[in-house]
Design a protein around this ligand. Structure first.
Ligand code: SAH
Ligand code: SF4
Ligand code: F3S
Length: 469
């Protein structure tokens, strides 16, 4: 492997924690309890990063608010996956002009994937003077230092150097939930799918050491977490960069061996690297959810090749069949891109037919969005947005119909679910998830949050199941 992994030393993180203590003392001196707002866009990796940012902020003595007008510090953790995501971020950063006009001492930080692109960092520098701190995913570990620099020098701080990325341990987390936890097992991506910005903004693939991951999982179980979701852009290539290589299935088994009642989920699996060993391990590990997010992106071989996905339709279908042989109750979900440059109506039909054949429990569908610097952004793209929208709507109709049909099959069944929070839906005051990750609304005592309970499914629609205790 051309790239050598770099691990930050414990002293480097300790240095940041010392800075946190300094900022805490500073905040105390000013005599008020400072408030921070952290606004997160994008995927679970970003959710996990925001928990680390909040972990640092808690060390600095910040309390948290969802109201930007009350916040002394606003951190916007951004996503770059599609243009729409970036437009939303920029719109919301723009809105802060008003809050900052009323509170000129408010500090505004923008971080995450979007700012790791040079043209976006430039745009913030030139057109958004209200933004005080900008840092990319590679610099997250030294956020305290960047904040202190801004506070003491009262100057804008930009930390967006391009880097292959590091592995770090010991950043505190302020987790959102007391029931479900994210656990990053690796960072970055090596796959360079031709449409995707992630490898450019998140750097190369690097795995945390298994002993660190297992220790964190043990700690989570000891703290009472009931669901652990292992995170990586392609968990199936976990461990390839370690001195003593270990594969993802072995990691899964090691976490499964931790005593306690909890559920293990993971995402995402790249179909090119999914193995029979993984499916067998999932089937054998009693704590591992029978749930697989296996993004197919397209059902057409030419398009898959142009996307640089390294599998074809036949291999994908074989994999699905194999996974279902090991786990007949497998809940299968996917991502699909409609209107990849040059995709023809006939090629789109192949995607639709694959969806009808596989029958996903749910799907995330996207219209192709050109990302600057990726190969697909400069490929000829003859079909109009309107034409793609028509395909997209057809795909969404199929996805919704199939989800509703699959949900209907649950009706009358008794299932073990994990109650994970309060529900705002009409179907009850509590929300829960099945082993496969399907959402269930039910009515019961809020004290059940964080417990596994048995429910009978009494109703369903495209998006959720309704159950009774
Ligand atoms: N690592 C994951 C995906 C992360 S991005 C994987 O490989 O599956 C989540 C999804 O966003 C992708 O699966 C893809 O369907 C979609 N996506 C990524 N780049 C896109 C783009 N430029 N336009 C539209 N959708 C995109
Ligand atoms: Fe993007 Fe492909 Fe990496 Fe997923 S595997 S993050 S789609 S480059
Ligand atoms: Fe977005 Fe970055 Fe995730 S681009 S989807 S937040 S890895």
């Amino acid at each position: 492997m051309a790239y050598k992994r770099t691990e930050l030393t414990p002293e480097q993180i300790d240095g940041q924690l010392a800075v946190c203590a300094g900022i805490r003392a500073r905040n105390k001196q000013s005599g008020k309890a400072p408030l921070a707002m952290v606004d997160t866009y994008g995927c679970q990796q970003n959710e996990a990063d925001s928990e680390r940012i909040r972990g640092y902020l808690a060390e600095m003595g910040y309390g948290f608010t969802d109201d930007e007008t009350k916040a002394d510090l606003v951190v916007i953790n951004t996503c770059a996956i599609r243009e729409h995501a970036e437009m939303r971020v920029l719109g919301n950063v723009g809105q802060l002009t008003h809050t900052k006009a009323k509170n000129p001492d408010q500090i505004i930080a923008v971080c995450g994937c979007m700012v790791q692109q040079e043209h976006m960092a430039e745009k913030l520098k030139k057109s958004y003077p209200i933004v005080d701190i900008v840092f990319g995913p590679h610099e997250l570990w030294r956020f305290p230092e960047l904040l202190l620099e801004q506070m003491t020098r009262k100057k804008r701080v930009f930390a967006v150097d391009d880097a292959p990325g590091t592995v770090y341990e010991g950043i505190p987390h302020a987790r959102d939930s007391k029931v479900k936890a994210w656990l990053s097992i690796m960072y970055g991506c090596n796959n360079f799918c031709s449409y995707c910005v992630v490898p450019y903004v998140r750097g190369r693939e690097r795995s945390r050491r298994p002993e660190e991951i297992i220790a964190e999982a043990r700690q989570l179980v000891a703290e009472g977490y009931k669901e652990i979701t292992l995170l990586g852009q392609n968990v199936n290539s976990y461990g390839k960069d370690l001195d003593e290589p270990m594969d993802f299935a072995d990691l899964l088994r090691a976490i499964n061996d931790i005593p306690g009642e909890f559920l293990i989920r993971f995402m995402t699996s790249h179909p090119k690297d999914a193995t029979e060993k993984l499916f067998r391990t999932m089937a054998e590990c009693e704590k591992c959810a029978h749930q697989l997010h296996l993004p197919v992106q397209s059902g057409n071989d030419r398009v898959l090749k142009a996307m640089n996905r390294h599998y074809d339709r036949a291999k994908y279908l074989e994999e699905v069949a194999l996974a279902r042989r090991y786990m007949p109750d497998l809940v299968l979900t996917t991502d699909i891109i409609v209107g990849f440059p040059g995709e023809t109506p006939e090629e789109f039909e192949d995607t639709l037919s694959l969806v009808e054949q596989v029958r996903y429990d749910s799907m995330f569908t996207f219209i192709f969005s050109p990302r600057k610097g990726t190969p697909a952004a400069v490929m000829p793209d003859p079909y109009s947005r309107q034409e793609k929208q028509v395909w997209f709507d057809r795909l969404l109709d199929a996805a919704n119909r199939i989800s509703a049909e699959k949900h209907k099959e649950y009706e009358g069944k008794r299932l073990r679910v994990l109650v994970d929070g309060l529900s705002d839906g009409k179907g009850g005051n509590l929300s829960a998830r099945t082993g496969g990750g399907r959402l269930v609304h039910l009515t019961g005592d809020p004290a059940l949050i964080g417990q596994f309970v048995d429910v009978t499914i009494t109703g369903s629609n495209t998006w959720a199941l309704y159950g009774e205790l």
